[in-house]
Design a binder for this molecule. Structure first.
Ligand SMILES: [Zn+2]
Length: 366
């Protein structure tokens, strides 16, 4: 199937395509419109849910796009293409499972071309217990002011100090310091937030209402920006439970990686969104992955993050500079080329089909 027409150039276009495709399939649609924010073109922002299949199916596959805003171009394209794919739809019907597609967990970031949300919060670092002491990322604290200096491009002396830090600690430690998540710098990179975000609360509510009574939950959260171009790394997306890791590998293969044991290209993270499945659906047996598609090497991607955060923190910067930085961020997370889209989609279908195979066996759990 040619998936490329189902990808979009803006959040608004992606949302329209998703809703049209879901209606065409007769899916049950739920909309959670953002209570305070509008999009870059002043459009409505919404977390949209499409539920396919039996309301009381024991097994449910949750397919998430746009956890990281701008990464939603990829996940949305896959969701819309799946809804148009007769083979996928036939398989859902044959298996008797339910599929819940969440379009744009972070619609603000999708529309405004940010990875983070309206609170500058990273929704894959936001699912921590804000009632307990928050994790402290000391390495990030050492380099925060070098990552986001007063001027952009960064001054030479600041870059020299940052490069000295990287040389001393290594690139792996640098990636972990920057991307692992931090809770002390609200204007910084990979900030986890100071409270459960709006998207966090909506996701939890929907999981509670539509998923918690199921026996089995399969979870695929589509991301971009790590790994080789067009390759989908299957990164375990749950908590540190051996049975869940083993089940996830049984479903998707031994090439499932995990930052828990150092096998993933991802650094160890705090506050991932899979936490919500554990909290809200304690009786559902869980298997889940982040499907992380490669675009470009990590160095230019981290540079693009830094620039976009800097421009966000400097609203009076020149318009041309802003447009260039925004455009570059989008291009770093969404390769607007047919071969990349087709590679991405092929692996998304494979991932869904494997999940459906196992979810369809839920009678043995009932
Ligand atoms: Zn991501």
């Amino acid at each position: 199937m040619n998936a490329t027409p189902h990808f979009s150039q803006s959040y608004a276009e992606a949302r329209d395509k998703f809703l049209a495709a879901a209606r065409m399939r007769g899916a049950k649609l739920m909309h959670h419109v953002h209570p305070t924010e509008r999009g870059a073109a002043r459009e409505e922002l919404s977390m949209d849910f499409a539920l396919l299949g039996s309301a009381d199916a024991a097994g449910l596959l949750l397919l998430i796009s746009g956890t990281h805003g701008v990464e939603g171009f990829c996940g949305s394209g896959c969701q819309v293409a799946l809804l148009h794919d007769p083979t996928f739809i036939a398989e859902v019907e044959r298996s008797g499972i339910a599929v819940l597609m969440l379009h744009a967990l972070n619609p603000y970031g999708f529309s405004h071309l940010r990875r983070v949300n309206e609170d500058n919060a990273d929704l894959n670092r936001n699912f921590v217990d804000f009632g307990s002491p928050l994790p402290v990322n000391r390495a990030y604290a050492e380099i925060h002011s070098m990552l986001l200096p007063a001027t952009w491009p960064p001054p030479g002396d600041s870059e020299t100090r940052l490069n000295a830090w990287i040389a001393q600690h290594g690139r792996k430690a640098y990636q972990a310091a920057v991307s692992g998540g931090q809770y002390q710098y609200p204007d910084g990179l990979f900030y986890g937030g100071s409270k459960p975000a709006w998207s966090n609360q909506v996701l939890r509510g929907v999981l509670h209402q539509y998923v918690s009574h199921r026996a089995l939950l399969g979870w695929i959260d589509i991301h971009t920006g790590l790994g080789p171009r067009g390759h989908g790394e299957k990164i375990y997306a749950g908590l540190d439970y051996a049975a869940d890791v083993a089940r996830t590998k049984a479903w998707w293969g031994d090439d499932v990686t995990s930052f828990l044991d150092g096998t993933s290209t991802s650094a160890p993270l705090t506050g991932i969104n899979g936490t919500a499945a554990h909290d809200e659906c304690p009786n559902a047996v869980f298997a889940g992955i982040a499907l992380e598609y490669g675009t470009y090497p990590i160095e230019p991607i981290l540079e693009a993050f830094r620039a976009e955060h800097w421009i966000h923190n400097h609203p009076k910067a020149p318009k041309a500079q802003r447009q260039e930085i925004k455009r570059n961020l989008r291009d770093m997370f969404y390769i607007d080329a047919d071969d990349w889209k087709q590679m991405v989609y092929t692996q998304a279908v494979q991932g869904c089909m494997r999940a459906i195979d196992h979810l369809g066996e839920t009678r043995i759990y009932a």
